[in-house]
Design a protein around this ligand. Structure first.
Ligand code: ATP
Ligand code: MG
Ligand code: FE
Length: 336
């Protein structure tokens, strides 16, 4: 079974051809980062327009790299939410037209279901149940997967997402966009014990997160230094921030895995590329004999391969969408 998958929820125009949910025949990612960089973040209207320009070419490239033709395609997978509505609509409209033209099923995929499936691309035989820590630019959630296709929310951020905290602090430090990779890079030269920023543990037993207090605390420190004309060390700030975020994420992920008695934690989303987070999670989970898995960096951030993998399993279950499918900017993954 070959799925052609499309992802345009934010600032990556991506198209992939995925065979049987596990072979990446192609995964073309056309990033708009260079365009949005000068604004310090994604400008929605520009994102839509750039998707419109790029998508037909990205589709051709994905097919040609896969050495495939539309006649080899059994279904069209597409992210239809959450994300920027205009950006989503470009990919969705293309997907609908393609599905109609080739008379094959349209399969709408939740973007986070996609992020989680990056792990199933990397480890196709991964067993259930498991707990996924989904950490991205817009989401920070702990998700319980009792079986394939079932998602139960255990906890989520009450304010900023982890990636958002990285991005916002990086912007104030003048490190540019996106901030996560820059913070990670700067932190390599920093002392992670020098600046201890606050961790929001919230109520006892809560698996929710909060990162806006941490962000404010870092920015306050920065402003104080500037006001007093004191020198501040960007690598130390980056290392302290990364440590605080990683500590809370890793600790709560392990609590969630123990609560659900699962042997595996799966990392997903752009922030899953963070090396210090992986290290902290592996250390804390290891003490409890819990296994931690993560996708390779290119599958952590937005890409169509992960959408194609999720679409494949929906294809097997016969979960098709009809051509009235609309983009849903705040689409939820959870039924309850
Ligand atoms: P969402 O998936 O919630 O809709 P998104 O698609 O914009 O949001 P992703 O592409 O999954 O987010 O991830 C992008 C985020 O990951 C950005 O916030 C970026 O700073 C962060 N990120 C990427 N690499 C790293 C890294 N090495 N360390 C920390 N954060 C990182
Ligand atoms: Mg992006
Ligand atoms: Fe994403």
């Amino acid at each position: 079974v070959n799925i052609l998958a499309i992802e345009t929820s934010c600032d990556e125009s991506s198209v992939a051809v995925i065979q049987d949910g596990r072979v990446i025949r192609s995964n073309i990612i056309s990033s708009q980062i260079e365009i949005h960089k000068k604004y310090g973040g994604v400008v929605p209207e520009i994102a839509s327009r750039k998707h419109l320009e790029a998508l037909p070419f990205v589709v051709q490239e994905a097919l040609s790299e896969a050495e495939a033709d539309f006649k080899d395609i059994d279904g069209i997978g597409v992210a239809y939410g959450p994300g920027l509505v205009g950006a989503l609509l470009v990919g969705l409209s293309y997907a609908k037209a393609a599905a109609y033209a080739i008379e094959k099923p349209l399969i709408g995929v939740h973007h986070l279901e996609g992020h989680i499936h990056a792990g199933f691309l990397e480890y196709p035989d991964l067993a259930f149940p498991l707990v996924a820590l989904v950490v991205s630019g817009g989401h920070t959630s702990l998700v319980y997967l009792p079986k394939r296709g079932a998602y139960e929310l255990l906890g989520q951020t009450r304010d900023d997402a982890a990636g958002e905290a990285f991005d916002k602090v990086a912007r104030h430090l003048g490190l540019g966009y996106p901030g996560g990779p820059q913070i990670q890079q700067a932190a390599l030269q920093g002392n992670r014990e020098k600046l201890v920023f606050p961790r929001a543990w919230l109520e006892k037993d809560s698996l929710d997160f909060s990162f806006s207090g941490l962000k404010s605390s870092v920015l306050n420190y920065l402003n104080q230094c500037k006001m007093k004309d004191e020198a501040y060390d960007i690598p130390d700030i980056a290392a302290g921030l990364q440590e605080a975020i990683g500590d809370v994420l890793a600790t709560k992920a392990v609590v969630a895995a123990k609560k659900k008695k699962v042997p595996t934690i799966l990392l997903a989303g752009g922030v899953a590329a963070n090396l210090r987070l992986r290290e902290m999670l592996q250390e804390k989970a290891g003490q409890e004999n819990i296994n931690v898995l993560w996708p390779s960096p290119v599958l952590c951030t937005d890409n169509a391969a992960m959408i194609g993998c999720a679409a494949y399993y929906k294809y097997l279950r016969g979960e098709f969408s009809d051509l009235t499918l609309n983009a849903v900017p705040n689409l939820s993954l959870f039924t309850s």
